[in-house]
Design a protein around this ligand. Structure first.
Ligand SMILES: Nc1ncnc2c1ncn2[C@@H]1O[C@H](COP(=O)(O)OP(=O)(O)OP(=O)(O)O)[C@@H](O)[C@H]1O
Ligand SMILES: Nc1ncnc2c1ncn2[C@@H]1O[C@H](COP(=O)(O)OP(=O)(O)OP(=O)(O)O)[C@@H](O)[C@H]1O
Ligand SMILES: [Mg+2]
Ligand SMILES: [Mg+2]
Lengths: 256, 256
């Protein structure tokens, strides 16, 4: 019975894709069968695990809009226990096509429900928006991880996102939980970084992960080789941070 | 007769808002009357110049949806020659409201055309998406600046964005020009940074700005004080880079 976790934040460039790929890879290396779902038309999670988005013929788009069988679309990555439902640029058009359809908020859930029992975890990478596809991902999810970059603008948008999560919880998915707020790109040399961590821990105490993801260039180099951080450099702080995050989530869910 | 420049890239966190605010501030300090237009519901440009988005009663939303007079909504910033049409979170709903309206792609243009003659430059900060509001901004613009972070994922999305610009040029705004591709968050110590610069300069030669915006923590600290980089730390490399960018644009437009 796979646990579905969405990675969401409408602020751009905060580490959603980096978290999705590398938390997925960490769970996989700890022997948990994991499925990534790329719900961002930019298809960064798809290319980050080694697939060229231009060569993707069928993707999450066909599953949502054409009712294609997700089991036929799933791709295996080079990491054992890590599969992906890829994205394609066509996904940009999906939001317009879903407007007016009766169950438009539940279309992603319908897709994920067909495959989640084959996995221990399903991780959905969302685009930097609170549009219909992100709402669909939150409706399909059991919980959501909110990456927050240790920068001023990233702090600003947090309240708005938590509001949206409350709306989804009350109207579309009463079971949606907050798995946690994840502080990313932390740089201990910067005063601003420390201030943001202080601020987030003060306001959101219980739901902030103990694990901090520090700024680490190996994390930004790995996707250019189409590799997760575990494959690319298992000794890097980026790899250690994401393995710690995986363990923290497993403990919290009484799986470790 | 103000020149309208949109700052756009659907990739998140590449420096769109940082460019809009600090290019605007640089043009203002060089005595060019400049208007910022915040076309992102996150309202980062609005808070970055010192206004609390929660206190904004009327914004670009009312101008587009309710035909409010933009001249009544314009706010003066603490920087002489720099005004702003602020954003508000309501803007999230605008895209849905604009679907089906006859001239839905030209609504931003209608607003900007009412004020642009009062300024030398109008700079539009776009959200990380290629939705209707960004298309509106590209339709209202004379040219577009594309910030590209010196990272792998930022490179990936460039082709798609340039495609979208071509579509807008052919169907909605034949006069739309590319003002340039701006490389941001450059860190000369990182191999990846250098590789991205190489790659972009090889593929896009003529349209890449000579000015590089280097990674500089003062740029990310300034918005937490509600100040532009020029006010916050005029001697920082962040300030020098944006002043150079302003001069490069002025020269290109035979204004320097
Ligand atoms: N801890 C880190 N250290 C260094 N670089 C990082 C780190 N996390 C992410 N990055 C880099 O920062 C950039 C932004 O991260 P990423 O693309 O994962 O963010 P995102 O939230 O998914 O962006 P978008 O909003 O566009 O979907 C990427 O180039 C990534 O490689
Ligand atoms: N050259 C730079 N050096 C250091 N930090 C920077 C630089 N440029 C931008 N930043 C910081 O990086 C983060 C992302 O920049 P910014 O918010 O301007 O990007 P954006 O493209 O507008 O993001 P979004 O896609 O969410 O609108 C911000 O916290 C900003 O302060
Ligand atoms: Mg992403
Ligand atoms: Mg922005």
């Amino acid at each position: 019975m796979g646990k579905v976790i969405a990675i969401a934040n409408q602020k751009g460039g905060v580490g959603k894709t980096t978290t999705a790929i590398n938390l997925g890879a960490s769970l996989a290396v700890l022997e948990y069968r994991t499925l990534l779902v790329d719900a961002d038309p930019q298809a960064n999670a798809t290319s980050g695990v080694g697939f060229d988005p231009k060569n993707i013929k069928t993707s999450i788009y066909e599953c949502i809009i054409d009712n294609a069988d997700p089991k036929q679309i799933i791709l295996q990555t080079t990491t054992p226990n890590l599969d992906i439902i890829p994205a394609h640029i066509d996904l940009v058009g999906a939001e317009i096509e879903m407007i007016g359809l009766p169950n438009r908020e539940y279309m992603m859930k319908k897709v994920i429900d067909q495959v989640k029992d084959d996995y221990d975890f399903v991780i959905i990478d969302c685009s930097p928006s609170l549009g219909l596809i992100t709402v669909n991902s939150l409706t399909a999810a059991d919980s959501v991880i909110v990456p927050v970059q240790c920068e001023y603008f990233a702090l600003e948008g947090l309240g708005k996102l938590l509001n949206t999560i409350k709306i989804v919880q009350s109207r579309l998915n009463t079971a949606l939980d907050i798995e946690g707020i994840l502080l990313t790109m932390y740089d201990s040399r910067l005063r601003l970084s420390k201030q943001v961590v202080e601020e987030v821990k003060t306001h959101f105490q219980q739901i902030v992960f103990d694990t901090l993801i520090t700024r680490n260039t190996r994390l930004s180099e790995a996707p250019s080789y189409g590799e997760t951080i575990i494959m690319f450099d298992a000794n890097s702080t980026g790899a250690v941070n994401h393995l710690n995050l995986a363990r923290e989530i497993l403990q919290k869910n009484n799986l470790a």
